[in-house]
Design a protein around this ligand. Structure first.
Ligand code: GAR
Length: 204
């Protein structure tokens, strides 16, 4: 069974849905540790309540990404979240990961993004979607590569945009879908049902 490490920076609602789904839906993965780069992340309180190991690896003051990521890797390793036996989920982890970390954990890091990639990568995706005037948006779970939200896509969910949507109402509806598809994607990885072929993922 793979060991799961979840990286957060704030609220932690995706983390919560992942941890609860692992129990409820019997996803065959061991939730090993939640790591936050901020000591005041609300998600840490939720993780503690759910009985999972928590760690803070403070990112303030780190200029060099790889220097910081080495600390994350050593914390992950402490809990058995290795390249061979681990899966790392970015769940609202608001840092760009170094290429060295990505290469070391090749196809072992996944991320959730609140847009239908490749549209609206980066920050404030829901706002970007509304300003652009698209009729549909949604969310994407993808493997992390060295680009910004560019890795092979695992699952996407579509959300229809309403004429009176605000950033907040749209974000809420997208978040509901995020909470559904992220655990689904983890289940697929845990059951070794995904093959990565170049940019594509083949799901069996
Ligand atoms: C989620 O909407 C997630 O998709 C987004 O941050 C939010 C975190 O919420 N991530 C990104 O925008 C990454 N580019 P959460 O802490 O409640 O899971």
């Amino acid at each position: 069974m793979l060991n799961l490490g979840i990286l957060i920076s704030g609220r932690g609602s995706n983390m919560e849905s992942i941890l609860k789904s692992i129990r409820k839906k019997k996803i065959p993965i061991n939730p090993a540790v939640v790591i936050s780069n901020k000591s005041d992340a609300k998600g840490l309180i939720i993780a503690k309540k759910l009985g999972i190991n928590i760690e803070v690896v403070e990112s303030k003051g780190f200029k060099n990404r790889w220097e910081y990521d080495k600390k994350i890797i050593s914390t992950l390793s402490k809990y058995g979240v290795s390249q061979k036996n681990g899966l790392v989920c970015l769940a609202g982890f608001m840092r760009i990961i170094s290429p060295q970390f990505v290469k070391k954990y090749k196809n072992r890091i996944i991320n959730i993004h609140p847009a239908i990639l490749p549209a609206f990568p980066g920050l404030n995706s829901q706002k970007q979607a509304l300003e652009y005037g698209v009729k549909y948006s949604g969310c994407t779970v993808h493997f992390v590569d060295t680009g910004m939200d560019t890795g092979p896509i695992i699952i996407q969910a579509i959300v229809k945009i309403k004429e009176d949507d605000t950033e907040s109402t749209l974000s809420k509806r997208i978040l509901k879908e995020e909470h559904r598809i992220y655990p689904e994607a983890i289940d697929l990885v845990a059951r070794k049902k995904i093959k990565v072929l170049g940019r594509k993922t083949i799901i069996s």
